[in-house]
Design a protein around this ligand. Structure first.
Ligand code: ATP
Ligand code: MG
Ligand code: MG
Length: 547
């Protein structure tokens, strides 16, 4: 692989290490456990963990669990599982909720310094006080409370004396500040809610801005990387750290990664799950890591994708075609080749004896010599794809048609002699003769055939359920469309069919990936059993979207 130039965050880090500002770096991946990780998170994971693979230091996993209402331990477990599956291991598993006592102490410190106050204003009143980007804000009538009164009230807030929403703790900065976020931001709110880790201990919870930077600081994170929407928060991040006189972590921002024809917002993905538009977070149509895994994506392909899209300073839309390219590249090297007919048409080889099974040797993977060979049974009756026969072929049609010859992959050359139609005019059977001495590997006929078809012996065929997926949304940039995003769901994103597979596919284990010759890459589903094999199409062999 050619050496890639450093991205802008790597450049910053390299400079910091060279100047001696740091001898090692500490990064963190900070998911909120309110949903499953998606492909955008994969980008952030690869960035944060990748930096400490490249430079001395380590990466923590920190659950940003300061919002009790939407969070759950199910999500915690899925997040850990997905990160490990991606191939990364964190140094420390941490929870922002473990810092609730420390954060409370920090708040008391700010109050004591006259830098925070308890506000009795309603949320509407606070919003009105904030002003607008072009007009200055106005001071809250509670802004000039004494430190002692504030300390007393804040303690009562903690002790549950007040109902939800009746009071907040606000930083005392500047209601005229040009950065709206610096106009006395809320630091704590009252919420009598059960938290998945701290239970009912707390009824006040810190806001993102009073938890994230402080958690970074407690963990001595050197480079706290987040997405661009947090650029205006950086000033507040630095202000709080400075006033608290705690370890100065620094925030750096990169562009969110958006994938076309899908949504990458946990809130929207949750809606798809809850309203039954998909069959769960790991539905193979979902852009979640668990959905991609079930679909047959490999960790290597997702890492390669993240690597190729890199780190940008400006938001843009990434073509899902690139993700598909990456998985094709990887599976081409790894996936065993198998034959399965998805839309069967019976072929009878009239000069092949009845009741005889002849074994054919086929390569498991031409890209991998170590993969070896397998035996596939050949008999008088085989299935081919319906699309591989045409009654009146066009000029460039090199598959089966009356009088034409093709090779059945790994077996014989056959010639079409005749075909049978039903009363609707559909072809139901093709009749061929095979050419002796034409068997693959022992072909002495010298005949040059243009087409090779995959096939499955009727007598040995294993019925398999095959799930064919299409994009989940019909528009490229879902978020920018008018109205409800669910209006743009593709009503036709899943087709379930029964195919006929060669016997070896009966032994597939959930998660195993195969290339079905000429049909694409397929992974055995989590629901797949030897009695009832189920395969998900990961991706077609070629990108046929452009057409
Ligand atoms: P969502 O909008 O899906 O809820 P989020 O940013 O609120 O996303 P978090 O759990 O807070 O989700 O994200 C954890 C980390 O992953 C954060 O550092 C966040 O910046 C990053 N991240 C989330 N979505 C993306 C994305 N689309 N591209 C790049 N990084 C992302
Ligand atoms: Mg977040
Ligand atoms: Mg979120």
């Amino acid at each position: 692989k050619e050496e890639k130039s450093l991205n802008f965050i790597e450049e910053i880090i390299e400079a910091d290490l060279q100047s001696g500002k740091y001898t090692q770096i500490i990064t963190r991946f900070p998911p909120e456990p309110n949903g499953y990780l998606h492909i955008g998170h994969a980008s952030s994971i690869c960035l944060n963990f990748g930096l400490t693979k490249k430079f001395p230091g380590y990466t923590n996993l920190r659950f940003d669990d300061t919002n009790p209402v939407t969070e759950d331990t199910e999500y915690v477990e899925s997040i850990k599982n997905d990160i490990r599956w991606m191939g990364f291991e964190w140094k420390h598993e941490l929870y922002a909720s473990d810092y609730f006592d420390t954060l409370y102490g920090y708040a008391v410190k700010l109050i004591s310094k006259g830098l925070a106050y308890v506000d009795d204003s309603t949320s509407e009143e606070i919003a009105a006080q904030k002003g607008t980007p072009t007009e200055p804000g106005t001071d809250s009538p509670f802004r000039s409370r004494s430190a002692d009164e504030n300390l007393e009230l804040f303690e009562q807030m903690k002790n549950g004396a007040f109902p939800d929403g009746s009071r907040t703790l606000r930083a005392k900065i500047d209601m005229q500040h040009i950065n709206m976020l610096m106009r006395d931001p809320i630091l704590y709110r009252i919420k009598h809610a059960h938290h998945h880790r701290t239970g009912n201990k707390w009824c006040i919870y810190p806001m993102y801005d009073f938890a994230h930077g402080q958690s970074d600081s407690i963990e001595t994170v050197t480079h706290s990387i987040c997405t661009l929407e947090f650029v205006p928060h950086r000033e507040l991040y630095d202000w709080i750290i400075e006033k608290l006189e705690i370890y100065p972590s620094h925030q750096y921002e990169f562009a969110r990664r958006n994938l076309n024809y899908t949504v990458t917002s946990k809130r929207k993905l949750l809606q798809l799950v809850q309203e039954g538009h998909v069959h769960g977070w790991d539905d193979p149509r979902m852009p979640t890591i668990s959905g991609l895994r079930r679909r047959g994506y490999t960790p290597e392909s997702i890492r390669d994708f993240c690597d190729r899209i890199g780190v940008a300073r400006r938001e843009n839309m990434i073509d899902v075609g690139l993700l598909e390219f990456c998985v094709r590249e990887d599976l081409n090297k790894k996936a065993l080749r198998r034959m399965a007919v998805l839309d069967p048409l019976k072929v009878v080889i009239t000069n092949f004896p009845e009741g005889v099974t002849e074994m054919c040797q086929l390569e498991n993977n031409p890209e991998d010599d170590a993969a070896g060979m397998r035996e596939v049974p050949f008999t008088r009756e085989v299935y081919i794809e319906k699309e591989d026969f045409m009654e009146t072929p066009s000029k460039k049609y090199f598959r089966l048609a009356p009088g034409k010859i093709v090779r059945l992959k790994g077996a014989y050359i056959v010639q079409c002699e005749d075909f049978v139609k039903n009363e609707n005019g559909e072809v139901t059977e093709v009749r061929c003769t095979y050419i002796e001495n034409s068997k693959s590997g022992h072909d002495t006929t010298g005949i040059n055939v243009k087409g090779t078809l995959h096939w499955v012996s009727v007598a040995d065929a294993v019925p398999v359920e095959v799930r064919l997926y299409d994009r989940l949304f019909v528009v490229e940039d879902v978020a920018s469309e008018e109205g409800d995003f669910k209006d743009y769901i593709n009503p036709d994103s899943l087709h379930v069919i029964t195919g006929y597979a060669e016997p070896a596919l009966a032994d597939a284990k959930p998660g195993d990936s195969f290339q079905f010759l000429r049909k694409g890459y397929f992974a055995a589903d989590t629901e797949s059993t030897n009695e009832k094999p189920v395969f998900n199409r990961t991706v077609t062999l070629r990108d046929n979207w452009a057409k």
